[in-house]
Ligand binder design. Sequence first.
Ligand SMILES: Cc1cc2nc3c(=O)[nH]c(=O)nc-3n(C[C@H](O)[C@H](O)[C@H](O)COP(=O)(O)O)c2cc1C
Length: 255
Amino acid sequence: MTLYTSHQLRDRHSVRSYTNDPIPVTALAVLQQELESVNTEYSLEGVRFVMCCDSPAAFNSFRKSYGFFRNVNNYLVAVVYSSCANAREVAGYAGERLVMAAVAHGLGTCFVGATYDAAKVDVELSATESIAFLITIGVASEGKGFIARLVEKMAHRKCIAPEDFYDTDMAFYNLAEAEDRLRYLRAGLRALAAAPSALNRQPVRVWLGEDAYLHAGLAMTGKYTDIDLGIAKFNFQNVAPGKWEWGVGGRFMTH
Ligand SMILES: Cc1cc2nc3c(=O)[nH]c(=O)nc-3n(C[C@H](O)[C@H](O)[C@H](O)COP(=O)(O)O)c2cc1C
């Protein structure tokens, strides 16, 4: 799997205004390749992604997209099987992997859980499947509408400092002790602070337990917090040597 630097993780931000230019061929080829890998790796976890190109209908209704988005012609659909316990979390993890691949190739992206027209999404679902979220993809536009500018400014503001992603209530070791034991913890906390989350709530926390494992959990629960958990785990894992177990309370297993 491609690893991204802390800088790349921090530079990503949600883009809601695009040009009508098609996705450049090289970037499109990389994305298709990454999408195939993701679909192979996570099919047993109940996750598949579908790419929809030249398909603006899901974002054309002002009522459903609240005018937040401009010129969304291309998007990925995260489809999950309802019977797989961690599917939405895995979809968040794999979604951030696809987002970073797109960003590394100069594209703009945005996770979208709510502000799209579900009836107009260009994908066939079986009775046991549902859409967890979409990811818009395209060439970012310089000129933005007033609402888009306002939303991006409000939504991107990060209010939580990296050290506050360490949950001192759950932890057996305080942050200084934990950082002494886990050299990668500080970089991991910064990566968590850079992770996108629904309504920018940044709900994911980590802590070093009595069992000497780092755990990941949620400071609050909501409609999208399982997805946020997967996204945050991807960011952390990118800068730290190990692999998360799925689920709330999952441990970080170092190599
Ligand atoms: C699961 C999820 C759902 C989201 N849903 C929406 C949405 O419906 N509409 C929207 O404009 N932004 C949506 N966002 C984008 C967030 O608002 C954005 O990631 C957050 O404000 C942080 O800003 P940043 O991505 O620029 O760092 C969503 C993000 C996530 C992770």
